[in-house]
Design a protein around this ligand. Structure first.
Ligand code: NAP
Length: 296
């Protein structure tokens, strides 16, 4: 057993996972990955990455961990879609990843997890797209992490080295909830209307946008978050404006015939609302419309 575990284990080497791995490796920090289904003799996971505004695509590789020895792992970074999260936690247990290792979770949407592992939320506003050939860092954003992670000193030093602009947020739950609300408006609306983010600013969506926001504010208040309709509406509009030419991740998933994160977004909001006796008729109608169009 290694005396000073210091490797980061990446689970979910997709778009966001590759961005994290690329920055971690640029800082010359050790990282390994655990693929969903390892090739029989593969020692490395290879990916082609194009950095923000770079003309060059790099071939990058992450060593694949030998799944019988996790003693060298000091932390786990999980970058899977929300619907894969529970199975990843089950897999960490089955494989015997030590229970004291901090887990950083970077998914969008919300999932009620039952785990005793120390988990820390990571919020990112970067935009990364992935095709079979190349992963591209297309939108420059910011990253926030739960400030409690600073109890883990060596990991915190590594995070500072790899992500010099990372924000350590003492109220990450509020930030996560705010992002959740933004995603609950923009993602399903762009998906059912098959439009770019900027098109949601058109007059025809004004009332639906306002209702979606105001219902989310009622739910937020029932959950103890301090949000108001005017501020959240402005935020939604700012994001639509700043990402006007972008296709939302949910619309991209629909177009590529991939599973979406609707259950961890609108589905989660409806579930919480039902538990708390809050009415979300506009979200319920949008969820119904979404499922009618796309549920397979
Ligand atoms: N992309 C963005 O710009 C962006 C921005 C902000 C937030 N996010 C959020 O970040 C999360 C990840 O998104 P993404 O775009 O990176 O998704 P993605 O490209 O689909 O990557 C997810 C990766 O996780 C892998 N995976 C799933 N289950 C696994 C398991 N049990 N063990 C090992 N690997 C597993 C998938 O493998 P397969 O390839 O085999 O399915 C895939 O490589 C989502 O919640 C998303 O909403 C994304």
């Amino acid at each position: 057993m290694s005396e000073h575990p210091k490797q980061l284990l990446l689970v979910g080497a997709g778009a966001i996972g590759q961005l994290i791995a690329h920055q971690w490796q640029c800082a010359k920090l050790p990282i390994v990955t655990l693929p969903r289904s390892p090739g029989r003799h593969a020692d490395f996971f290879d990916y082609h990455f194009r950095d923000y505004q770079s003309a060059r695509t790099e071939l990058c590789r992450i060593p694949i961990i030998n799944d019988s020895d996790f003693s060298s792992i000091q932390a786990v970074f999980i970058a899977v879609k929300a619907y894969d999260l529970e199975s990843v936690f089950r897999r960490l247990d089955t494989l015997g990843v030590p229970h004291d290792r901090p887990i950083i979770c970077a998914h969008n949407g919300l999932v009620d997890l039952t785990t005793s592992r120390p988990c820390y939320t990571w919020i990112t506003t970067h935009g990364v797209t992935r095709s079979n050939r190349v992963t591209e860092h297309k939108g420059l954003g910011s990253d926030w992490i739960d400030a409690r992670i600073q109890h883990h000193q060596q990991l915190t030093e590594q995070l500072h080295t790899a992500f010099p602009k990372l924000h350590f947020d003492a109220d990450i739950k509020a930030r996560q909830w705010q992002k959740f609300c933004l995603n609950c408006v923009i993602n399903p609306l762009t998906a059912v209307n098959q439009c770019l983010n900027g098109e949601l600013l058109k007059e025809q969506y004004h009332e639906q946008r306002r209702m979606l926001v105001s219902e989310l504010v009622s739910l937020s208040q029932a959950l103890g978050y301090r949000l108001n309709t005017a501020d959240l509406l402005v935020l939604v509009e700012q994001v639509c404006e700043a990402t006007a030419e972008n296709q939302s991740s949910m619309l991209s998933d629909i177009k590529a015939n991939r599973k979406t994160e609707i259950k961890a977004l609108t589905g989660y909001a409806l579930k919480k609302a039902a538990e708390l006796g809050v009415n979300l008729p506009t979200h319920a109608a949008l969820y119904h419309q979404f499922n009618q169009l796309y549920l397979r």
